[in-house]
Design a protein around this ligand. Structure first.
Ligand code: F6P
Length: 363
């Protein structure tokens, strides 16, 4: 008789709906009440109509839809204890003690803190008379499972995050389209792709589309990169190639930590090679649209596993994130992954590039 709620938090990604659907349907199948929390943590804090019971039909015909039908938000209120106190009460009043959070590392860290504080939040609610002793006893443990929804593939501990494959499809389609017009006019295109602190999309997108040069934050070039870039592009042209494609990840920088933007790259090409160069910034197109088959299936498997993990959780269980390891959906301790992901960010900020790559490992 304890409910399970699912919510999406932070930036959206393709496949989140498939994950929501799988969580809800697996919960119903196992005889558990399922809820949506709309608009991420904000909905949990605000309660009321933001927390709704879901049924089998309410997740019909969403597997193919991009974005998240239950909305997502970045929430300031939840960062304060007062916000988390309101959120805890909203969950208790509905009998929800199982949460599936679908988001990036910030959202998952927030969930972990919430779980750690849960008993003290309940104590406080009991003291001020908001909940009864019976409620405190009945709902004394909060179980949390995370799913990583992010196009960036920037989370340690999983081979792929939900949305990455679809974003890659979008990138490849765009590069293919740009290549045909670039070919006609013998142009050079500089394409900026997303990935905040992670060059996965740029790297794999570039490899799959035969790009001539790729800038990613994890492998910053020396400050003489303009020379190397120009030699490379000039060589391609003199070998008979009619176009050049350069991919710049949005977080790209040189070894000194200076940002490398599409504009910088264009200026170098304009000044030194006098190519007809253009910039295309793919932006949120990469995050939108229908999920690929891979993301739909990945999200279905992860969503179902998330619900199973919650149903099997005991008082001693630590929060887990459902990860893809090889071709298996596995449970990995959430905080281990978050800490490793944060260590990568720290290593990059401190310009310890080799450490960052090593820490990120297979993911
Ligand atoms: O985290 C995913 C991501 O797509 C990043 O690659 C990008 O920097 C960021 O979100 C942009 O997000 P928003 O426009 O929602 O702030």
């Amino acid at each position: 008789d304890k409910g399970l709620a699912v919510f999406t938090s932070g930036g959206d990604s393709q496949g989140m709906n498939a994950a929501v659907r799988a969580c809800v349907r697996m919960a119903i199948y196992l005889g558990c009440k399922a809820y949506f929390i709309r608009e991420g943590y904000q909905g949990m804090v605000d309660g009321g109509e933001y927390i709704q019971e879901a049924n089998w039909a309410s997740v019909s015909s969403i597997i193919h839809r991009g974005g998240t039908i239950i909305g997502s938000a970045r929430c300031k209120d939840f960062r304060e204890r007062a916000g988390r106190l309101k959120a805890a009460n909203n969950l208790i009043q509905r009998g929800i003690t199982n949460l599936v959070v679908i988001g990036g590392d910030g959202s998952l860290t927030g969930a972990n803190l919430f779980r750690q504080e849960w008993s003290s939040l309940l104590e406080e609610l009991l003291k001020d008379g908001t909940i009864t002793e019976e409620q405190r006893k009945k709902f004394d443990v909060l179980h949390i499972v995370g799913l990583v929804g992010s196009i960036d593939n920037d989370f340690c501990g999983t081979d792929m995050t939900i949305g990455t494959d679809s974003a890659l499809h979008r990138i490849i389609e765009a590069i293919d389209a740009i290549s045909s017009t670039a070919y006609s006019h013998q142009r050079t295109f500089i394409m900026e792709v997303m990935g905040r602190h992670c060059g996965y999309l740029a790297l794999v997108g570039g490899l799959a589309s035969e790009a001539d040069f790729i800038f990613i934050p994890e492998m910053p070039p020396k400050t003489d990169w303009p020379d190397r870039l120009c030699v490379q592009l000039a060589q391609e042209r003199s070998a008979g190639q009619r176009l050049n494609i350069v991919i710049v990840a949005e977080g790209a920088m040189d070894r000194e930590g200076n940002p490398i933007t599409a504009e910088h790259v264009k200026k170098v090409i304009d000044d030194r090679l006098k190519h007809d160069a253009r910039i295309t910034v793919l932006g949120h197109v990469q995050r939108g649209g229908n999920p690929s088959a891979f993301d739909r299936i990945l999200a279905c498997r992860m969503g179902a596993e998330a619900t199973l993990a919650l149903m099997e959780a005991t008082e001693e269980s630590v929060p887990v994130v459902i990860s893809l390891d090889g071709n298996q959906a596995v449970r990995v301790p959430l905080m281990e992954c978050v800490e490793r992901t944060q260590a990568v960010a720290k290593a990059m900020a401190e310009r310890r590039w080799a450490d960052a790559v090593k820490l990120r490992g297979r993911s």
